[in-house]
Design a protein around this ligand. Structure first.
Ligand SMILES: CC(C)(COP(=O)(O)OP(=O)(O)OC[C@H]1O[C@@H](n2cnc3c(N)ncnc32)[C@H](O)[C@@H]1OP(=O)(O)O)[C@@H](O)C(=O)NCCC(=O)NCCS
Length: 341
């Protein structure tokens, strides 16, 4: 079976892109910056103070890594102006006041929040993508992207998936060596329509990033009407809509998890289905299910979980789990590069 991660890194290295890592205060990120550059996966801009980063990571060679300190960088005022202009008229939900009263407010904010700073570098075209979240929550990592980069033209919404890579010894159900799990990171309680669009974005991601021919299962606690509940109806409606908007893709549902990936169970619970028992894109009904399933597969199944990877953003920004390892960060950078135009 092909080494999916090696393949992703090789394809990324051909694109010659630059990714910003805003969390220079995290040693895993600093090591990942060095490793990404030495493996030739992409060019890296690391945010932080060079001397502080060196002092905290004396064993890491930063050769080839560009370090930018937002406190003294010549473009910081331009980025602050950009944020002020983009968010003009927006109200802070917590305080009820404008998000930024002045450009100086915006400057203070980005000097406290390097993830927002990195998003503005991306918006300005100074980098091609951003990976963050090693030491910040998913919400705080994704919000700058949603606020500043926004949904790509032609896309309905932003959602997030995990690329689940089977352990080196393989997994008897995982025919392609990996699964796409969505939405496992962003959209909390999608409607039927949103589920259908999450599935569509996931199918495109499966092709673009993992090189898969998507077989999409809409997951539920019911298989083909075995249970009756509003939650089941939501998934059934999503399948119906998906088949209308994306008839070119092979999709089926609603299916229980085992009916989606175990051939014998799929054949018995959904006879005649070309997806049941062989799915490689799993679309979960809500974030509780999607998030718990990715962690379950990672911890009990020994899969490598890369993500949450955003789909539907106008420019690529990807999050990391706070429990991530250096290797996970390098992988997320490689995927980010593959999402660039
Ligand atoms: C991402 C998240 C933080 C956004 O929440 P929020 O900041 O309260 O969102 P808001 O509704 O205020 O939206 C902020 C902006 O993002 C936009 N937005 C939110 N969700 C979006 C989506 N799915 N697609 C596109 N845009 C979206 C809103 O339109 C809004 O834009 P605006 O400010 O320019 O008008 C929220 O969806 C979240 O917390 N998700 C779960 C993350 C998580 O904990 N995951 C589990 C761990 S992996």
């Amino acid at each position: 079976m092909k080494d999916i991660l090696k393949d992703i890194k090789e394809r990324a290295s051909l694109k010659g892109k630059t990714v910003v890592l805003p969390e220079g205060e995290d040693s895993r990120v600093v090591k990942a910056a060095a490793q990404t550059v030495s493996e030739g996966v992409s060019k890296i801009i690391l945010l932080g103070n060079l001397q502080e980063i060196k002092n905290a990571n004396p064993e890491v060679s930063l050769k080839g890594v560009t370090v930018i300190d937002p406190v003294s960088y010549e473009k910081t005022k331009d980025y602050a102006q950009m944020l002020f202009d983009i968010r003009k008229g927006k109200i802070n939900k917590k305080t009820g006041a404008p998000e930024y009263e002045t450009v100086e407010d915006a400057e203070k904010a980005i000097l406290k929040d390097y993830t927002m700073y990195g998003a503005l570098m991306l918006k300005a075209g100074d980098v091609d993508g951003m990976v963050s979240g090693a030491c910040h929550s998913t919400a705080n990592t994704l919000r700058p992207g949603l606020q500043v980069i926004k949904t790509a033209p032609g896309e309905k919404m932003v959602s997030a998936y995990f690329l689940m890579i089977a352990p080196p010894c393989g997994n008897k159900y995982c025919e392609d060596g990996c699964y796409i799990y969505a939405d496992s990171g962003l959209v909390q309680n999608p409607t039927s329509e949103e589920l259908a669009y999450i599935a569509l974005s996931s199918a495109k991601s499966a092709e673009q990033v993992a090189g898969l021919t998507p077989r999409i299962a809409f997951i539920s606690h019911s298989s083909k009407g075995s249970a009756k509940h509003a939650d089941v109806t939501k998934v059934q409606d999503a399948v119906k809509l998906f088949k209308e908007i994306a008839p070119e893709y092979n999709a089926d549902g609603e299916l229980q998890f085992d009916a989606a990936i175990v051939p014998e169970v799929g054949a018995s619970k959904a006879p005649g289905s070309t997806v049941a028992g062989h799915a490689n894109v799993l679309v979960f009904p809500d974030l509780d299910t999607g998030n718990s399933n990715y962690k379950n597969t990672e911890r009990l199944g020994g899969f490598m979980a890369i993500g949450p990877i955003c789909q539907g953003l106008a420019m690529p920004i990807n999050d990391l789990s706070r429990g991530c390892k250096t290797e996970d960060i390098v992988a997320a950078v490689a995927i980010t590069v593959l999402q660039t135009k």
